[in-house]
Design a protein around this ligand. Sequence first.
Ligand SMILES: [Zn+2]
Length: 638
Amino acid sequence: MRFLFFFATCLSLTAGEKAMFDHVLENCHTELKAAQGLLDRILKGEKQPLELYNQLQVHVDALVSLPGLLSQVHPDLKVREEAEKCEQEASQFTTGLSLNKKLYDVFAGINPKGLSKHAKRLLGKTLQDYKRSGIDKDEATRAKIKALEEELVIIGQNFSRNIRDDQRFVEVDPQTGLAGMPADYVKDHPVGSNGKVKITTDYPDFIPFMTYADDAKARQALWIQFNQRGYPKNEQVLKELIQKRHDLALLLGYPSFADYVVEDKMVKNTKRAADFIETISKIAEKGAKREYAELLVEKQKADPKATQVYPYEKAYLEEKIKKDRYHVDSQAVRAYFNFPKVRDGLLDLTGKLFGLSFKRISDPKAWHASVEAFNVMRDKKLIGRIYLDLHPRENKFKHAAQFTVRNGMADKQLPEGALVCNFSNDLMDHDQVVTFFHEFGHLMHHILGGHQKYIHFSGVSTEWDFVEAPSQFFEEWAWDPKVLQGFSKIPSDLVAKMRAADEFGKGIDSRRQMMLASLSLQYYLRDPASFEPLDLLKTMQAKYSDFPYVDNTHMHLSFGHLQDYSAMYYTYMWSKVIAKDFLSAFKQNGLMDKKQAKRYRELILEAGGSKDADELVQDFLGRPYRFEAFKEWLEQGA
Ligand SMILES: [Zn+2]
């Protein structure tokens, strides 16, 4: 009965009520009021404060999740602005909660004896979060912390905006400058009134140009422009960002900001993070050297005296090697991936693997008419809902990501999630297919893990450095010929060639990732007075890369993750090591092994954040994670 009641609540909230997606601020204030009411009840000393706090978190989730999505996707500017306003009000409310001494005292006064396992975990995590936010400091220090945090929000926004708004360009000769470019690219870049063609530093312009343009000088010029984005504005902003974060860490009692942010992650301390970076870069070194030598040989075909490959030559030379050696024509591969078939195939595959079915909602009345929605069923029971907003349109988020519509909680509400991507409606690049699988990996983690007793542990709420493991793991299915042949007539030998071509460059790429990871860690690990960011960049470049530093470039000033990931850029690779290890469980019987898929569903996905990630990995693999599988993958062909 209880389930039925909430089942009904769930349906009335989404299907048939467009208000949920259109009246953001109104809903926001209702949720805020409800959350405030629960806070008052806890502070008045009502019984079972943890249970009340859990209810409060349900309202906070509504304040944070859906507005976060709508601010990125809603076609109506007014709604997007309302959603942003709601995000700001939500942030004020949650900052207030995290520095509320009276609320902390309520939790600190709870005797953990007699609490259930999950309640104990919730209490432990809540107290830890409070400690980390500086609740035990005196009032003057807490005021300083609050002021620094508010300043940091603005500095961070400035850093990102200076990157986003800094579009640069080069102008090339229409004849020589566009030689080598695909026909559709040439068509999209008409000759301007000055007789030149403008190529910008935006990704859709930049990446194909670096890959295909025969004009080496034009490529060099564009690459330098690309690596000057954010300069000079962000030079000072980055220094402030690093300095203020360092000040905040000292106030909170940590030796550095890096020490502060990694403490509650899987990696736990900065020494392990630094060791991890060294280990990966060592494993990748041999392959990277071989690949670099091959790039040089390729360059020498046109320039026999060349002794050095520059970063602006890498993509172009790599493409030539891939074409010569693996005969993969990415234009021809596209013909095998038709969007509706890929979508249906992916739903079908996920259904078979995890025992689910997806029931299309005929008129979902979502935020845009093009959005599709499906109810997710297991054993004839509704367990959640997914929204697919997969094609580009004006004023929509430009990348690919999974968003939470809302987090689920046992006996209360079902998880709902959205994929927001920018795929073609018709033929897809295989890269896009891989991205679709990656994001779907996040989505299944969110839906299957969204049935915990406490909303705090719902779905993807695991440690930051574990979150990309299920998504990167699910990419493996997009490389399996049998899986692909479930919705495409692609021949197995072509898939094998595509995979081999894709893997060329993995040594260099892994080393570059570790260069960035080391930069991100070291900027936040040292006393800001002891180094110049550009000098440290040059040192890291020399340490991790065979490519020389190029004069007059300032790559660090457009490295947006220095803001949002701060010291933790290592997390993608950390998750990837675990994802490669997960694969070892499927080695014996292949990716369609139902028994392993069931174990994976139950022990990793359904567990959500109910246990520490180390424990989840141990449960599934029967041992702690190891480097071997990753090492084997990286060294294949090296
Ligand atoms: Zn991801």
